[in-house]
Write a protein that binds this ligand. Structure first.
Ligand SMILES: Cc1ncc(COP(=O)(O)O)c(C=O)c1O
Length: 442
């Protein structure tokens, strides 16, 4: 096959060409089987090759494939919004988009419009966190805080203020969990005050960090503290649940464990099962009210609110519920975590195992005692990932967790239907790949 007309992500890498998927497995054009250990981009909540998903997409394509939201709506868009309301009952309005970046941008625009229509026109800044990722458009890179992904674009990015992440393994304040009083959350208050609360519209963050930090979860109480600071200064709390939302952590929202309700939520990936580009911005009635009162919400793109995306959202959310997949995520997540903790006993290079549900990160270090990371030139995580790939397992490498300078991690996170045997196969291959990487580095 001639692939020469594709501009690849990495144009020096010889990508295997997949032709088929079934469950957790992918098959390339030579018939080699791969386990998808990171569910695409930690995005696919459902397994490959589901007939029911194929049928609803085909049925919708025949019935009504496209509407444009400026002129008309579609029955299935209302049904998708109803399904989202059932999944996130504390949210009231849903704007349907085609992906995660679109969702975070629409979320930040909604925050600005909310205040604009209330006459607080100066409230425009969006504070965010270093070591975060909210998408690849220029504005999303601006409020994102992934040094590697921002690097080439820095001259054209805005700077509204970034605070430190709640990265306990490498705490920016050199605290440990016992002596910490969530100073990393207090940093939001300082940043708001430095900017002037009258100029700040929102704070956006990932409740569980994605690829930038490899599944960092904040300490208990973090979400509530952020919530309280946002209320104190009349700042909207925007939660980016593009990767961790819709069940990946075992609950529909990762904030549920602290019973915290955000003002705005960005969703994508898992609400589409892995079958169509989808996304949604959810907000409370209070946030939507000033925008609704003015009429217009001038946000979105041609494919925002597409009926095919809507039917996929509706069907995916109903499968997650009917097949009790949240329970499976909890159980399989625990099993995966247990197996990874056992690997940590075996390999001195595993510094940290962290995460929640089917979103688990493994951080590698040269020395467990000092947490010194491997020379970035070695590309330790990349080597583990390539060794996994050779042995038929796809995993997601992460780099630069230590303020962008170095650090290696791997993210694992399968679809929600995974079973114990599949997890055991994943961990077995992962173990062999680490062995090979370590022996190559000796
Ligand atoms: C937390 C988070 N936000 C936003 C995005 C961007 O989503 P998309 O790639 O669908 O535009 C991602 C993608 O990985 C993500 O993990």
């Amino acid at each position: 096959m001639n692939h020469s007309h594709i501009l690849y992500f990495d144009n020096n890498f010889d990508y295997p060409v997949m032709v088929k998927g079934k469950g957790i497995y992918l098959y390339d054009e030579e018939g080699k089987e791969y386990i998808d250990g990171c569910a695409g981009a930690v995005s696919n909540s459902l397994g490959f090759g589901r007939k029911d998903m194929a049928e609803v997409i085909a049925g919708q394509a025949e019935k009504l494939s496209f509407v444009h939201r400026h002129y008309v709506s579609a029955d299935v868009n209302h049904q998708a919004a109803d399904a989202l309301k059932e999944a996130f009952p504390y949210m009231d309005r849903f704007f349907l988009v085609s992906g995660g970046t679109e969702a975070t941008e629409a979320a930040t625009k909604l925050a600005r419009l909310h205040f604009y229509h209330k006459g607080q026109v100066k409230k425009t800044k969006i504070i965010s966190r270093w070591m975060s990722y909210h998408g690849y458009t220029l504005d999303a890179l601006s409020y994102g805080g992934n040094p590697g992904r921002r690097k080439e674009f820095t001259p054209v990015l805005r700077e509204d203020g970034h605070i430190m992440p709640p990265y306990c393994y490498r705490c920016w304040l050199s605290k440990d969990c016992k002596s910490c009083s969530l100073e990393c959350a207090d940093a939001l208050e300082d940043m708001i005050l430095m900017n002037g609360p009258e100029n700040v519209a929102g704070f956006i963050f990932e409740p569980v960090s994605g690829t930038t930090l490899g599944c960092v979860t904040p300490p208990e109480g973090y979400f509530q503290k952020i919530r309280d600071i946002c209320i104190k200064y009349d700042i909207l709390m925007i939660v980016d649940e593009v990767m961790c939302g819709a069940g990946r952590t075992g609950t529909m929202s990762a904030l549920e464990k602290e019973r915290v309700v955000p003002d705005i939520m960005a969703l994508a990936k898992s609400i589409g099962g892995g079958y169509f580009p989808v996304g949604a911005v959810a907000c409370t009635g209070e946030v939507a009210q000033p925008v609704i009162a003015r009429g217009m919400f001038p946000v979105g793109h041609t494919w925002s609110g597409n009926p095919l995306a809507s039917v996929v959202i509706k069907k995916t959310l109903s499968i997650i519920k009917e097949e009790n997949l949240l329970q499976n995520v909890k159980e399989m997540g625990e099993h995966l975590r247990g197996r990874l903790m056992a690997l940590q006993e075996k390999f001195a290079c595993i510094g940290d195992v962290r995460g929640v549900g089917l979103m688990q990160g493994i951080e590698f270090v040269k020395s467990r005692k000092t947490k010194e990371y491997f020379d970035p030139e070695l590309d330790f995580a990349g080597t583990v990932s390539r060794n996994c790939m050779e042995m038929g397992l796809i995993v997601m490498p992460c780099h630069g967790m230590d303020k962008g300078r170095g650090g290696d991690a791997i993210m694992l996170g399968t679809n929600f239907e995974v079973n114990k045997e599949e997890i055991d196969r994943i961990v077995h291959i992962f173990e062999k790949a680490i062995e090979k990487t370590v022996s190559g580095n000796r």
